[in-house]
Design a protein around this ligand. Structure first.
Ligand code: PLP
Length: 400
């Protein structure tokens, strides 16, 4: 049996059309397949590889920590220096109220932990989230996912959840004395890069404060410079009560986190004790990798370079078949008239050595989220291949 057939047989599949590329190496902005073909990674493994793949400083940190120790015991028992050091670095770059870190395995687990925290802090159960929001695939996170197609087969899910439109007055009006928390993305990712108005996000913040509900901002995709600032919320002049991180947090290793004020986090220590339990959460190798990755991001002045790169992308990605472009920082959705056209362009891009995809809730839009360390030359070549791929597909119409 070929490796491809074994992959399809032995590795549980969740779609009938996996990308199915056989990759053997990744470095910087490139991923290489078994035949040595280089692909420019235009989506950073869904916003994970913000500092590129296998950065030497991250690899060194992983090797060093793996040689010292890997897993020792469940979360929170032993003092593990890599966790403490990474938490120190994170909180040094966060507002004063976000000063205590619970490290998890994944983004979904961070969502779960934060929802539980909100219930413990407020002693309430009502949770409000947004239509077209994605916060993870476990059952609590699925309950607040903003799409009935993906939720329906798994009912019953959590009770007391309302889904309302992002950027809408009804979302603000729904926040009341029964509300434990609102959970929303600072910039919606899977709806196809939709940013809120600052006034709306601030109104959400004020309404949460007024009614004692926690504001939970999910920056699992939007964090770590993707939007042009280290944290997306900085651009909207709000501070959440709880921040969710994941993806780029681990520098390529699995890691998530929910971050809040120490006093809030203390509620997880009693009644019941062990308010959230995880075996591998905050894995020392992941924490060492994540800290090294954040150091690279901060020292490399990459975030400062994003505004110019954003301009370049706006300027170079032009084609009459593009219906809309939505973007912030080094993150863009390019909308075409329908899925079949977008699908054909995505396939063409991959054939031309450019990795891209569409969005979970917006299949007409093509995803652009390259590593933030991409050079201007690489970015220009990325835009050229993309426009050329669009051109090739349009030239073949209606055969595609
Ligand atoms: N929140 C957002 C905005 C995400 O994009 C994702 C993953 O795509 C998650 C949460 C869940 O993260 P994970 O896949 O690590 O569970």
């Amino acid at each position: 049996m070929s490796l491809r057939n074994e992959f399809l047989q032995l590795i549980a599949q969740t779609s009938d059309a996996p990308m199915g590329l056989e990759m053997v190496k990744a470095e910087g902005v490139y991923i290489y397949d078994y035949q040595g073909k280089a692909y420019l990674d235009m989506i950073s493994g869904f916003s994970v590889a913000n500092i590129g793949h296998s950065h030497p400083q991250v690899v060194a940190a992983v090797q060093q920590q793996a040689a010292a120790y890997m897993h020792l015991i469940v979360y929170g028992e032993y003092i593990q220096q890599p966790q403490v050091a990474y938490a120190q670095l994170l909180v040094a770059h966060l507002p004063a109220s976000l000063n205590c870190v619970y490290f998890t395995n994944s983004g979904a687990e961070a969502t779960e932990g934060a929802m539980k925290l909100a219930k413990r802090v407020t002693k309430r159960s009502k949770i409000i989230s947004c239509n077209q929001a994605y916060h993870g695939s476990t059952q609590g996170a699925l309950s607040i996912m903003g799409d009935e197609y993906f939720r329906n087969a798994f009912r019953p899910l959590l009770p007391d959840i309302s889904h309302l439109n992002y950027n809408s007055q009804s979302f603000i009006d729904a926040i009341d004395e029964q509300t434990a928390c609102v959970v929303l993305e600072t910039v919606q990712a899977e709806s196809g890069i939709v940013a809120p108005s600052a006034a709306w996000l601030q109104a959400v913040r004020n309404q949460c404060t007024k009614h004692g509900a926690l504001m939970i901002l999910d920056e699992i995709q939007a964090g770590f410079g993707r939007t042009g600032s280290l944290w997306a919320f900085e651009q909207f002049d709000v501070v959440p009560d709880v921040l969710l991180l994941g993806k780029a947090l681990g520098g390529g290793m699995p890691l998530g986190a929910f971050i809040a004020d120490f006093q809030l986090m203390q509620t997880l220590t009693h009644s019941p004790v062990l308010g959230h339990i995880t075996t591998f959460g905050g894995h020392p190798v992941s924490c060492a990798a994540g800290k090294a990755a954040l150091e690279v991001l901060l020292q490399g002045k990459y975030i400062a370079s994003i505004a110019a790169k954003h301009q370049l992308m706006q300027q170079l990605i032009q084609h009459p078949s593009i219906i809309a472009k939505r973007s912030i920082g080094l993150w863009m959705a390019i909308e075409f008239e329908d899925f079949s056209l977008n699908h054909a362009i995505v396939k063409r891009c991959v054939a031309n050595g450019l990795i891209t995809d569409w969005f979970l809730f917006n299949s007409r839009s093509l995803r652009i989220a390259p590593p933030l360390v991409i050079s201007e030359e690489e970015l220009k070549s990325m835009c050229t291949i993309l426009v050329q791929s669009i051109e090739e597909v349009i030239a073949l119409r209606p055969e595609f």
